[in-house]
Design a protein around this ligand. Structure first.
Ligand code: SF4
Ligand code: SF4
Length: 392
């Protein structure tokens, strides 16, 4: 350590610099094994992570269980938070899509990581030689657990880290450092109390309450964030009607949380929503070419779904809207090169059910080669025995 700095001074300087770099909250925790590792393993064992195989990889599980595996000499976790709330939006109009707030601006991963690295480099140059590594979401660190241990907030029943007076619309980042620092008191209280609004509001029943140790549980396979972002293939038919007009992620369990009534719109210009990301017109997005998709979502988290995933979601949202105005766009999507898009467009046309919708489906049935899309068309036309009740 710098000969003239005490541990407390080093901690204060790092904390102050983090705030100067634009982080709105900073907490510091000692690095030690996760208290949730066993339950995390059980959650994986029950398959609740769905297709997110990266969460179940042996090395990732080990690293999640103990951040010390990631950075062997890590002593301290500097946990930072920065708000992304963008106000209440227009979500009641079913002709428009809803993009989760965190994805309406530029992709936050690089931005947060750059700032964390800047913090480390500054401390290394100005204060004391230190090593470490920055993680933002993609890293196998359980940010929320570290944030709670660093005193920033508690795990809400909605699985989010909730900060008193701030709420949960926050990105979290972690800088693991190989120096001892002064640590914040862990946040031990559960301020959810008797509230269970998030559980009642979740349209798909993905939130399962707390386990016997008090940790919130979620079946990610039913969560709209998973279904619209992480899932690569078809969305299960029985869940499609529950997704409404959400085309990328879902904020419902945060919107209903009373602690988010304190949320202030993001002050950092990096997190001001991009044009067109609040209430995009579904019909317009349904016709998006690959070129438009690449241009529109350059540097945006939305590109994670690829064009075919986003248009799959848009088709579902149009089917849930159920308006005849959507038929031309969906009929055109029946000829899309991606089977995923064609199959969901067929489902949506089945939901709309007008003569024009049925004609489009019948026309495509004559030339469609993909077995799954043929099945979707048959279900939409009611010519398949497995026709779902929600299609009737
Ligand atoms: S994000 Fe949406 S679907 Fe997922 S748990 Fe929350 S309310 Fe349910
Ligand atoms: S809605 Fe209620 S139960 Fe859910 S996270 Fe917020 S305070 Fe906790």
């Amino acid at each position: 350590m710098h000969p003239n700095l005490t541990r407390a001074e080093l901690t204060d300087r790092i904390r102050a610099r983090a705030l100067e770099l634009g982080f709105e909250a900073v907490g510091i925790a000692p690095v030690r094994p996760s208290e949730h590792a066993e339950r995390y393993g059980a959650w994986i064992g029950e398959g609740m992570h769905g297709e997110m195989a990266y969460l179940a990889r042996e090395d990732a599980v080990a690293k999640r269980a103990d951040p010390g595996v990631l950075v062997p000499d890590a002593r301290s976790a500097v946990v930072v938070a920065i708000g992304y709330y963008s106000g209440d939006a227009e979500e009641a109009d079913p002709s428009r899509g809803v993009v989760a707030r965190y994805a309406r601006n530029d992709d936050y991963h690089d931005l947060l990581k750059d700032r964390l690295i800047a913090l480390q480099e500054w401390a290394n140059a100005e204060l004391t030689p230190l090593g470490g590594r920055a993680y933002v979401d993609a890293g196998p660190v359980l940010e929320r657990e570290l944030a709670s241990r660093a005193g920033l907030g508690w795990f809400g029943r909605n699985t989010m880290l909730i900060q008193p007076r701030r709420g949960s619309y926050y990105f979290l980042g972690v800088l693991l450092l190989d120096v001892e620092l002064e640590y914040d008191a862990p946040f031990t209280r559960d301020h959810c109390g008797s509230c269970s609004r998030c559980l009642s509001a979740c349209p798909t029943g993905a939130l399962l309450g707390r386990d016997e140790a008090g940790a919130p549980r979620m079946d990610a396979r039913r969560c709209i964030s998973y279904l619209t972002i992480e899932l690569r293939g078809p969305i299960p038919r029985e869940l499609r009607p529950l997704i409404g007009n959400r085309v990328y992620g879902c904020d419902i369990c945060q919107e209903v949380c009373p602690w988010n009534s304190f949320a202030e719109p993001a002050s950092d210009p990096a997190f001001i929503p991009r044009d067109g990301m609040e209430g995009p017109e579904l019909i317009e997005w349904m016709g998006m070419t690959q070129e438009e998709f690449s241009r529109r979502f350059k540097g945006s988290a939305v590109k994670r779904t690829k064009r075919r995933g986003l248009l799959r979601n848009v088709a579902v949202a149009l089917g849930n809207w159920g308006a005849p105005e959507a038929v031309p766009a969906l009929a055109a999507a029946l000829n899309d090169e991606e089977a995923l898009v064609r199959g969901h467009a067929a489902w949506a046309l089945g939901r709309i059910g007008t003569e024009a919708a049925r004609q489009a489906l019948s026309g495509r049935a004559e030339v469609e080669a993909d077995a799954w899309v043929r099945e979707e068309i048959a279900l939409a036309l009611g010519t398949d025995d497995r026709r779902q009740s929600d299609n009737q």
